[in-house]
Design a protein around this ligand. Structure first.
Ligand code: GUN
Length: 297
């Protein structure tokens, strides 16, 4: 008998957490202090980055944070960008900031990220935060993996002792989420398999997963025959594909062939309306922690 899948309510979960943060911000303001301040540094005109940064600004407004965007042309030099980072590191009115990735060619992402003060690195990309995550020490967790944990936790999905398969080993999602799912923590304690472009028998490995996290960056890569009956499926993909029936001329789809996969799984996160909404919420949560100096007193 096919199971009836539950669609994970990304919007409801994101809105609930934003309301919780807004309550905290109101208390901060009532006590006479300034609200938390998040800055995004945006270089160039990449449409996906523009959309992420405008989503971030909107979310900041919703919860009462101060939000600023520092925009620079594609041709900015590495030295100038390092000066910007240094300025933000030292600005006491800024609690956390992100440098939106990818950066245009010619700029060294690793050098820029390492120049960010790890205590303001609300993206969790600095090696100090990544290393502390590995060791299960307090740190800023990267926004998308943290959003995936939040979705699992707030949907009451038990991860302990489960087979978790992660598709994709990017620095931003696949690699960190595979570490987080295997950590001695809740959510966590899963037995994790990380699949990538050199993995053999990917269909067979996926079909043994109790929890399947798709972050492979290929539209509709995960088909029904890759999914075990009753599995939990988390779709991290975001792809814009042409669609004549939509007024916008495109629609957003994920890494999972939703219609066929949903017939087999117990829980599925939709695209849009799933992980993406939680990514921004994680950034807000990290910024509040940075403001309160909760992680690095
Ligand atoms: N590009 C895609 N995702 C992210 C993210 O979470 N943070 C930053 N800074 N850049 C991104």
């Amino acid at each position: 008998m096919p199971v009836l899948p539950k669609i994970i309510e990304g919007k409801f979960i994101a809105d609930t957490i934003k309301d919780e943060i807004a309550v905290e911000v109101r208390k901060i303001i009532a006590s006479g202090k300034r609200p938390p301040h998040l800055v995004a540094v945006l270089v160039g005109m990449d449409p996906a980055s523009e959309s992420y940064v405008s989503g971030k600004e909107k979310a900041c407004k919703q919860v009462g944070f101060i939000s600023s965007v520092y925009r620079y042309p594609e041709g900015i030099s590495q030295e100038k960008l390092l000066e910007v980072v240094n300025f933000l590191n030292n600005d006491e009115e800024v609690d956390g900031f992100i440098v939106q990735l990818p950066l245009p060619e010619g700029l060294r992402e690793d050098v820029i990220i390492e120049s960010i003060d790890y205590r303001k690195d609300v993206d969790g990309f600095h090696p100090a935060n990544a290393g502390r995550m590995m060791k299960n020490l307090p740190c800023f967790l990267p926004a998308t993996p943290m959003g995936i944990l939040t979705l699992l936790e707030r949907s009451n999905i038990d991860t302990e002792g489960k087979n978790c398969v992660v598709l994709g080993r990017s620095n931003i999602v696949g690699t960190p989420v595979s570490i987080l799912m295997g950590r001695k923590a809740k959510p966590g304690n899963s037995t994790v398999t990380l699949c990538h472009s050199k993995t053999k028998n990917i269909t067979e490995i996926c079909s043994r997963a109790d929890i399947l996290i798709a972050a492979i960056g290929q539209p509709h890569f995960v088909k029904a025959d890759m999914v075990k009956e009753g599995a939990v499926v988390i779709d991290v993909g975001i792809h814009r594909i042409p669609d004549n029936t939509s007024p916008k001329g495109y629609k957003i789809i994920g890494d999972v062939a939703f219609d066929e996969v949903m017939k087999k799984c117990s829980f599925i996160s939709p695209v849009p309306g799933g992980v993406g909404l939680l990514t921004i919420v994680s950034l807000l949560q990290n910024t509040l922690k940075a403001y309160r100096k909760e992680i690095y007193p």
